[in-house]
Every structure is written in structure tokens, then in C-alpha cells.
Design a protein around this ligand. Structure first.
Ligand code: C2E
Ligand code: CA
Ligand code: CA
Ligand code: CA
Length: 276
């Protein structure tokens, strides 16, 4: 059957550009990767610098490609997002991470909350909420443990359309976070109307702290804004101590980045943090 598949690619490729051909192959490979269990889930901890404890873990997917090695999400998620494949992949992510969290909590360990990346295609899919409820019921995961992260760019593309759906999730007890915050054009009006209780500040802003006065002004403005709205903030991409120190001075507590830990597999999370 594999041989047949290859021949049909060759047939199609005559009418297609190389790029379209490569995409077709990649889509086919992504489908097979799910079946062959080639995806791996990594976790990156988030810390509360006041206590030094883990406040949560963000699940980040990797693809252990049999020929190409470990692939990062930017190398395959954008393509998967163009069709229904992302729904299947993220369903796997959701289930795997929830099972892991339930296991940790049952062992008496405390991984904090689980951050899952959500894309608009999921929010638009008619059975996303049912899938989520099913997954929660089947694994024994608690909705209050969950943070759904959606990028500012995606949610602000059509905020009015998404308010209702995000409200349903919020009413289930799930935390909604705006990811990559500071890269798009959120208006204060929308931040008020969206049921959002967390912002994750994009690493491109954190990167220039404390040297760049514009970046400093932005992170200070965000803190001032979120305090009045009761929204918590996470600084992403913290790589150096000076960033951490400055951010703490401005009133930031929650941090995530290579300075603390890069994304690692569940066993490493246990060894480094949960069972130490
Ligand atoms: P993101 O949600 O903004 O995730 C944070 C990214 O920053 C991760 O990249 C992480 O490895 C990286 N990072 C962490 N600390 C640092 C640091 O100190 N410095 C710098 N420069 N980068 C840092 P990663 O794992 O390559 O993921 C890239 C993006 O792919 C994610 O961005 C997210 O949008 C998407 N993604 C990852 N996993 C999934 C998934 O399971 N489902 C979906 N739909 N999207 C995913
Ligand atoms: Ca994220
Ligand atoms: Ca981010
Ligand atoms: Ca992102």
C-alpha cells in the first residue's frame, strides 16, 4: 500500500508545483505519524517566583520523525492547522497531557495547572467542547487545572465571534489565557469583554528587558492594565537573570523560559521538580 501511495504522488506531482507536492507528502506523513505514535509531549514549567514553586506546565508537542529526527511544532503545526489534522493532533495532546496530570495528582505530586495551546480551528469546530468534556470525564481531569492558551493574533481576528465560545469554556471552570500577548493589537475594550484571566507576554518583548525602554514601558503598562482587570500575567521566554530581576521589580511573578527550564519530557519534569 505504501508503494502505491508513492506512485500516486509521482502522478500528481506532474501537475503540481514542488511545494504543493511536498505539502501533500507532509500531510500524508502527519496522518501516519499519529497512527505510528511518533508524536511526543514535552512540558515546560512555569514558576511562581515568590515561592519558587511550579505553578503549571505548558504542553508542547514534538514529532520524532523516523528520518528527520526531532521536529519542532513550527515545522509541522502550521500545515496541520490548514486542515482538520490539527483537530486530531490536539485531541491526542489533550488526552495524553490530561492522563499524565491525573497520574501525577494521584501520586500526590503537584504539577500545578496544565497549559494547552488552542487554535481557532478547534474553537470553530462544532465538536471541540464535546471532545473536551469527554476527555475530562474519561480521564478524571479537573477543569480547574486547565489553561487554554490562544494567541492574541488569532482571537483578535474576530473577537465577537469567539466571545460566546470562550465564555462556555470559562463557565466550565477553565482558565482562558491570551498567548503571545503584545504582538497583536488588542484593545482594552476587548480585553474587558473576553472572559480572559491570564496573559502570556510574548518573548519578543521580554527579550529586550531591561535595556529597551519601549519594552520596559510595554511590560509596565500591561501590569498596570491587568491589575485593574484582575488578570494574571506570565512572562515568557525569560532567559537571563537580569530579565527575571527587572520583571519582579515591575510586579511580575509568573515566569517561563530557558532560564528556569527548557521543555522536557514528563520523566524529566518528575526528576527535576516533582519528586525532588
Ligand atoms: P508558544 O505557545 O508561544 O510556546 C512557547 C515557545 O517558546 C515554545 O516553542 C518554547 O519551547 C519556546 N521557549 C520557551 N522558553 C524559551 C526561552 O527562554 N527563549 C525562547 N526564545 N523560546 C522559549 P515550541 O515548543 O517550539 O512551540 C512553538 C509554538 O508551537 C508554540 O508557541 C505554540 O504556538 C505551538 N505549539 C506547540 N505545541 C503545540 C500543540 O500541542 N498544539 C498546538 N496547536 N500548538 C502547539
Ligand atoms: Ca502557548
Ligand atoms: Ca507564547
Ligand atoms: Ca505561539
Amino acid at each position: 500500500a505504501k508503494e502505491e501511495g508513492r506512485n500516486s504522488y509521482r502522478f500528481y506531482s506532474k501537475e503540481m508545483t514542488t511545494l504543493a507536492f511536498e505539502r501533500l507528502v507532509m500531510e500524508e506523513n502527519l496522518q501516519q505519524a499519529l497512527e505510528n505514535k511518533e508524536f511526543r509531549l514535552y512540558y515546560q514549567p512555569q514558576f511562581d517566583t515568590r515561592t519558587g514553586e511550579i505553578s503549571g506546565l505548558e504542553a508542547l508537542i514534538r514529532w520524532e520523525h523516523p528520518k528527520l529526527g526531532l521536529l519542532l511544532p513550527d515545522q509541522f503545526i502550521p500545515l496541520a492547522e490548514e486542515n482538520e489534522l490539527i483537530l486530531k493532533i490536539d485531541r491526542w495532546v489533550m488526552r495524553t497531557a490530561m492522563e499524565q496530570f491525573v497520574q501525577w495528582y494521584e501520586e500526590g505530586l503537584n504539577p500545578g495547572r496544565l497549559g494547552l495551546n488552542l487554535v481557532i480551528r478547534q474553537l470553530n469546530s462544532s465538536d471541540f467542547i464535546r471532545t473536551l468534556e469527554e476527555c475530562i470525564a474519561q480521564t478524571g481531569f479537573l477543569p480547574s487545572w486547565l489553561i487554554l492558551e490562544i494567541s492574541e493574533e488569532q482571537v483578535m481576528s474576530k473577537p465577537d465571534e469567539y466571545i460566546k465560545k470562550l465564555q462556555i469554556l470559562h463557565d466550565m471552570g477553565i482558565t482562558i489565557a491570551i498567548d503571545d500577548f503584545g504582538t497583536g493589537y488588542s484593545s482594552l475594550a476587548y480585553l474587558r469583554r473576553l472572559p480572559v484571566s491570564m496573559l502570556k507576554i510574548d518573548h519578543s518583548i521580554i527579550e529586550h528587558i531591561p535595556e529597551n525602554t519601549d519594552s520596559v514601558a510595554i511590560v509596565k503598562a500591561i501590569i498596570a492594565l491587568t491589575e485593574s482587570l484582575g488578570i494574571s500575567v506570565v512572562a515568557e521566554g525569560v532567559e537571563e537573570e537580569k530579565q527575571k530581576i527587572s520583571l519582579m521589580e515591575y510586579g511580575y511573578y509568573y515566569m517561563q523560559g530557558y532560564y528556569y527550564c527548557k521543555p522536557v519530557v514528563a520523566d524529566e519534569i518528575e526528576k527535576l521538580f516533582l519528586k525532588k
